[in-house]
Design a protein around this ligand. Sequence first.
Ligand code: F6P
Length: 318
Amino acid sequence: MTSGGDAPGMNAAIRSVVRASAFHGVECVGIYRGYQGMIEGDFQVMGPRSVHNIINKGGTVLKSARSKEFRTSEGRKKAYEALKRENVDALVLIGGDGTFTGGLIFNQEYGFPVMGIPGTIDNDIYGTNFTLGYDTALNTVVEAIDKIRDTASSHDRLFFIEVMGRDAGHIALNAGVGAGAEEILIPEENLGLDRLLESLERSKRSGKSSSIVVVAEGDKIGKNVFELKDYVEQNHPDYDVRVSVLGHMQRGGAPSCFDRVLASRMGVKAVESLLEGKSNYMVGVRDARMMLTPLEEAVKGKSEINQELLRVSNIMTI
Ligand code: F6P
């Protein structure tokens, strides 16, 4: 099942779970539309051939949804009954922390074995260095910023570019460094409006005629990206400022090779861990090795921002 916001690499993970199950002689059933499809019994038996030609596709062939009904105990009861009717013994949940929280509650209530695969572009899950879709999203963002830089430079403009990430600044920090942004605003670091102005003035004094500021959507500077534009224009009428909100294009597109390989590894690890009798874990990759993290820790833990990269980004913006 895929649930929550989709992410490139989810299809590669579905393919891996289906094929790893077949390899071990276990029948695999796909659940459409996340927890909502689980409640409605929207199931499809899947074999190795039903997942051909999807490793390279963005989105999720199983579709995704954020189900309100599954948040209720009646909804979860319906889901349990539907799974029992279909003779399902265990769940592989591909999604983010909302998906895992649902899985944990379901396990507590019905003792259903669950295994999580982290799939979200935000990379905000504790217990894995990388979530599925993050690498692809970074490449998409960097490509978009490169293009914006061309026009920013032609017109000597300052651009505020808002990127996704929910409450986390991983996409902003990594893509910002990768695209050579002049400033990066992330929720984990409160730069403050005065320091932002100082930094822009410093950039100008150092001879830069155009600038790119990457803003994480969850940034806590207190202003949204359009208010930031107004603030800078009020204080510096000489700046020609534009805003670009990259939005959902960050969630689409063919997964990168990194995400396809990661998804293939995670799918196998998830199925084999369930077959070993393990439950309530999330599969992850740490220091290039596949690891399991208790689902509860994955939900409660915080994925820390890379302080060394933050320092690098500060040095690069000199
Ligand atoms: O979690 C993935 C994500 O794309 C976040 O970066 C963003 O805040 C959110 O989902 C957007 O959700 P929706 O697609 O429901 O608008």
